[in-house]
Design a protein around this ligand. Structure first.
Ligand code: SF4
Length: 594
């Protein structure tokens, strides 16, 4: 079946694109997946590939081999990325053991922790998909709605620090995950022979019923594109809450009632070639009483469903609705759907840097958790550093559960105080560096997967992380700045999965050998970085960063960070004295509240 090119009307009377028609004709996320799964072909069709995303699967091809295979007239080296949806990134020790063991059977023997607190397997063969999903389901882990035009994995501030009730945010995350998971039975039918896991949520109606009955929230065409939600404690911005479609910050209202401030309209993806796309920070929408929070979030999702751009997927995000119509219009739409007025958002306390969970910390119940840095979120065993094996042993013997963090790190939780020395010993026996052995650049830099797996990647990210952190370490040490931490994010394309546009330094892949640089965000993720320079060849990164750090060392004010200095100096001032690469235009928005 070819993708039709004509435009059609969807169930909610908005103009639909070809992607919209594909969803509408998929019989609620089935499409041709069943036939193609049973077929002998090594790869799925493009149409089935679109539907597979809703099931947490991206078909990809090995980008390292693409050119040679094309030149040789050979088929591309297809395989799949399979993503688990893990609300709040919380997994029991048993679930972790299952997920870890499966990496020996499928893919490339590694696990990839994601920037939305999920877990991915890369290089999974088509023939292994069903058994992988069945095995995950037996441990009550799902891949349903981990990708696709739906509400994605719900993020939660991960650190169970003293003074917090970690169950409170997790309960809300689980409730929202259940509420927003598709109701269609396609997932169980395709992958589990119709059996539903205990964790699957409410039973869906028959698929013979009208679209609005099968999918009361989503209808036949689901959302215009993805929708991201995060929940966090006031002041803890580990989740980069301003980069989300909806942020939920529990805080008392003016009269002391429990509730939450909702933020709306954040999002970071942009295009190198379309200047009408841009990163945007979320705006405060309203304060909502606690019992009403799920309904209010569902109302925002419905506003996006009804008013998101279904004709142009590059503009199909809530941020463009908020930017075009204004936050007051969005609030009015939410209030109409709720049938009541909402209170103004209450002021939120100052936000703190999110990556504070590394190392040992005491939990509210007296036990301890260990935040373990996992560079690029890639968990594998390598010569001299058997990090995956060490985690396996610690989880089997000492940890009650694990938490995946938005920085792609791992928290090993519920460790008895008496077991801390044994845990440290397991790590050192396996050559795994602990916090104090990591350089600041290693601790503060995050990279997306990019090449060779991601179909969107224009350049390298994960694979150049060690080279890049070595460069930053050397540049800082040479200038006497070895104690400086610069929050840095590297991505292989402008989609921004590692959230480069809220970092102090964002390095965004432009071509296979060149990067665009963004500068001036803050470690707390409350200010957008500004575009600095385009098309910097990878070997020339030092020629840009070195002079910038020279100036920073001379011009910084007391205790001023790199991002704050860059923001104070501003675009044109920062470009003085830099090599003459191509320079971009001004940013759309600058900071929270601007
Ligand atoms: Fe792929 Fe781009 Fe996301 Fe990196 S930022 S994982 S290259 S889509």
């Amino acid at each position: 079946m070819l993708i039709p090119t004509r435009l059609v009307e969807n169930w909610s009377q908005t103009v639909a694109t070809t992607a919209e028609e594909l969803k509408a004709s998929s019989a609620h996320l089935r499409g041709t997946i069943a036939e193609e799964l049973a077929g002998p072909e090594a790869a799925f069709s493009a149409e089935a590939g679109q539907m597979l995303k809703f099931h947490g699967i991206y078909q990809q091809d090995n980008r390292d081999e693409r050119r040679d295979r094309k030149l040789a007239g050979q088929p591309l080296a297809h395989s799949c990325m399979v993503r688990c949806s893990v609300p709040g990134g919380v997994l029991t020790a048993d679930q972790w053991a299952d997920i870890d063991a499966l990496a020996d059977d499928v893919g490339d023997g590694s696990l990839r922790l994601t920037s939305r607190q999920g877990v991915q397997y890369h290089f999974v063969n088509k023939g292994d998909l069903k058994e992988l999903i069945r095995a995950l389901d037996r441990g009550l882990v799902t891949t349903y709605a981990a990708c696709g035009d739906v509400v994605r994995n719900i993020m939660v501030a991960p650190a169970p620090l003293s003074g917090r009730d970690p169950g409170r945010l997790q309960e809300l995350a689980d409730a929202l995950a259940n509420r927003f998971r598709p109701r269609s039975g396609a997932y169980w039918e395709l992958w589990l022979d119709g059996e539903r896991a205990v964790s699957a949520g409410p039973v869906e109606p028959s698929n013979d019923e009208p679209d609005e009955t099968v999918e009361p929230l989503y209808g036949a065409t689901y959302l215009p594109r993805k929708f991201k939600i995060a929940i966090t404690w006031p002041g803890d911005n580990a989740v980069d809450v301003f980069s989300q479609d909806v942020g939920i910050v529990p805080i008392e209202g003016p009269d002391g009632q429990p509730g939450a401030v909702l933020l709306a309209g954040g999002g970071l993806g942009r295009s190198h070639t379309d200047p009408t796309t841009f990163p945007r920070l979320a705006d405060p929408l309203a304060w909502v009483p606690e019992p009403l929070v799920p309904d209010a979030v569902a109302a925002v999702v419905a506003v996006f469903r009804d008013h998101g751009d279904r004709a142009d997927r590059s503009h199909a995000r809530l941020k463009y609705v908020v930017d075009a119509r204004g936050i007051d219009w969005v609030r009015d739409q939410v209030e109409r759907r709720l049938g009541r007025r909402l209170a103004d958002p209450v002021p939120l306390p100052r936000w703190q840097h999110g990556r504070t969970a590394l190392g040992w910390h005491q939990q509210p119940d007296g036990r301890w958790f260990l935040g373990l840095a996992v560079p690029s979120g890639r968990l594998r065993d390598e010569a001299g550093n058997a990090r995956r094996q060490a985690v396996r042993e610690i989880v089997a013997r000492y940890a009650g559960h694990v938490r995946l963090t938005p920085q792609q790190d791992l928290l090993l939780c519920d460790i008895d105080p008496a077991d801390r020395p044994a845990v440290d010993r397991v790590l050192s026996d396996h050559g795994v560096p602990q916090l104090q052995q990591l350089t600041l650049a290693t601790r503060s830099t995050m990279a997306c997967p990019a090449l060779p797996t991601c179909g969107q990647a224009l350049g390298e990210a994960e694979r150049i992380l060690p080279e890049f952190t070595d460069l930053i370490d050397r540049l800082l040490t040479d200038r006497g700045l070895a104690d400086l931490s610069i929050e840095t994010r590297i991505t292989g394309c402008p989609n921004g999965c590692s959230r480069p546009y809220v970092a102090e330094l964002g390095i965004v892949g432009r071509t296979k050998t060149a990067y665009d640089l963004f500068i001036g965000g803050d470690p707390a993720g409350t200010r957008l970085a500004q575009p600095l320079i385009e098309m910097v060849p990878r070997p020339k990164l030092a020629d840009v960063l070195g002079p910038l750090l020279d100036r920073f060392r001379v011009e910084r004010r007391t205790d001023e960070g790199f991002g704050a200095w860059a923001d104070r100096i501003g675009g044109a001032g920062l470009q003085e004295g830099l090599p003459s690469f191509r320079r971009p235009g001004a940013p759309r928005r600058a900071a929270v509240g601007a």
